[in-house]
Design a protein around this ligand. Structure first.
Ligand SMILES: C[S@@+](CC[C@H](N)C(=O)[O-])C[C@H]1O[C@@H](n2cnc3c(N)ncnc32)[C@H](O)[C@@H]1O
Length: 234
């Protein structure tokens, strides 16, 4: 996969240039999402490759069959993004017309708010707001069930596997489509974390892998998988 441009250019004066660096993601209509990333911080402070692959998948023909400004399948859809980090995936969905809540831990809220503010000009018919959602905790604020749950690179942390599955079970209704994009990693605890995640997940969800031909022709990679998950009928 081609890497996208990171740069330090164009930072507005109110932001400290040494604290942030920008990742640009060009949309199919040539407009550009400018994602602020933190120079220091935890894993959520930067845009991960799985997020880029998922962003570009949201723009594929399956969802956006006609050239803009024709409405996309995202128009008016209710979307919740889990473990949003910078918020890039949810902000992309909002720019395509969805009404999105990007969620992450408390610490990530300022970065999510900043990225929403910086990309507001690309959000016309959709909307995006940031909220705290710690996996395994109450999801009342996010009901009724969303049309889509999006998650990029959220399967990586041993202690989070069970709470993440719990959140998916609480938040996904019978009609919800969960789009899960993850990078398959072969070192350390990662294979075991993935194995455990899918072992638990498949008890309650059906999974369909999206082939490379149905993903963005440029932004796809053999080690990054996109799955559509639906609750098994009870
Ligand atoms: C590897 S980052 C991916 C960020 C973003 N989705 C991306 O792909 O660029 C994983 C994200 O999951 C969030 N996360 C980890 N554990 C979490 C938990 N228990 N509840 C909510 N979010 C969590 C982290 O804060 C981080 O933003």
């Amino acid at each position: 996969m081609n890497s996208l441009r990171n740069n330090m250019a164009g930072l507005p004066e109110e932001e400290d240039a040494s604290s942030y660096f920008i990742r640009e993601i060009e949309k199919n209509d040539r407009s550009v999402l400018e994602m602020y990333q933190c120079s220091k911080g935890d894993v959520g402070c930067v845009v991960w490759d799985a997020a880029i692959v998922l962003c570009k998948y949201l723009e594929t023909e399956q969802f956006c069959p006609a050239p803009p400004p024709a409405p996309s399948a995202w128009s008016c859809k209710r979307v919740v993004e889990l473990g949003a980090g910078t918020g890039v995936v949810g902000i992309m969905a909002a720019s395509l017309g969805a009404n999105v809540t990007v969620t992450d831990l408390e610490d990530l809220q300022p970065l999510l708010e900043l990225n929403i503010k910086k990309n507001q000009n690309l959000i016309r018919t959709g909307s995006v707001t940031a909220k705290v959602l710690k996996w395994g905790e109450d999801v009342m604020d996010f009901l009724p069930y969303p049309d889509y749950i999006l998650m990029a690179d959220c399967i990586y942390y041993e202690q989070s596997v069970e709470p993440l599955i719990e959140t998916l079970k609480l938040l996904a209704g019978p009609e919800t489509c969960v789009i899960c994009c993850y990078e398959e990693r072969t070192v350390g605890v990662n294979p075991e974390v993935e194995r455990r995640f899918f072992e638990l997940l498949l008890q309650d969800f059906e999974s369909k892998e999206i082939p490379a031909e149905s993903q963005d022709p440029e932004f796809n990679s053999p080690d990054i998988h996109i799955l559509h998950l639906h609750r098994r009928p009870s």
